[in-house]
Design a protein. Structure first.
Length: 255
């Protein structure tokens, strides 16, 4: 039981994929003390709050690979119980006014799972809002293909088979039904519409962050490849065995 700790608001950040989610999570995780001093708690039990997603999955459901990371269901559930206990301890000991929980894996939850999540949050937050950034499906698919080339050392042809699209419209109804339309914030992931063209700054402004953004050490994860770098990676993947290819990075890219 968490106790009497009450946040004025809890923001549940659910992604979606390829919208700067990792940069938001890692920046808040690595700057947790600065953020907490400014009134925002980002629990540090995990950089990504996978334990919350795992905890509220339907009990009979097999744990998705995105959460299990290769572990057995039994091991994941055992670790989740420990991590949730630590998370609740950190929540109970905080005097911040704002709480942020973040994991795009929360979209694995059923309607019942989302409702159980809200019941849990209602114990310690006066109100709660869901935040979801969405990217044009074509742009998102292109980014996913590029990531497969870069991380998995695939050719472009391999990375585009299959060419899948994230259908965020299928994920949102459960959140709207549970939290209410006015408490589900959907924002387009377009650099021209983000504060300072940056996902981290934009999210923190949305969350009412009172600290100095310039004090935060940024963690830009999963940078994209430039077009020439992508062509080189594709060519290398065609002529060199996959096991011998290094992971590629492009200092000028952004996710």
């Amino acid at each position: 039981m968490i106790g009497s700790t009450v946040f004025k608001i809890c923001y549940i950040h659910i992604g979606s994929p390829k919208t700067g989610t990792s940069s938001i999570q890692r920046t808040l995780y690595h700057n947790s003390e600065i953020a907490s001093a400014a009134g925002l708690l980002y629990p540090t039990v995990q950089p990504i709050h996978l334990c919350v997603a795992a905890h509220f999955l339907d009990p009979e459901r097999t744990i998705p690979q995105g959460i299990s990371r290769g572990m057995s269901d039994a091991k994941v559930r055992k670790q989740t119980a420990v991590q949730m206990a630590k998370l609740e301890t950190q929540i109970a000991s905080s005097d911040a006014e704002t709480l942020v929980l973040s994991a795009e894996h929360l979209n694995f939850l059923s309607l019942d799972g989302v409702k159980r999540l809200k019941t849990w949050i209602d114990q310690f937050a006066e109100q709660s809002r869901v935040v979801c950034y969405v990217r044009h499906p074509v742009s998102q698919a292109a980014s996913r293909v590029q990531q497969r080339v870069k991380i998995r050392a695939l050719t472009l042809d391999q990375a585009m088979d299959p060419l899948d699209y994230y259908r965020f419209g299928e994920e949102l109804p459960a959140w709207v039904d549970t939290f209410g339309l006015d408490n589900v914030i959907v924002k387009p992931f377009e650099r021209s519409t983000l504060k300072n063209g940056d996902a981290v700054d934009d999210f923190l402004e949305l969350a009412g962050y009172q600290g100095n953004l310039d004090e935060l050490q940024r963690v830009d994860t999963n940078p994209s490849l430039s077009a020439p770098a992508l062509m080189i990676a594709d060519h290398l993947a065609q002529i060199i065995p996959r096991s011998k290819l290094p992971k590629l990075k492009d200092r000028n890219g952004s996710n």
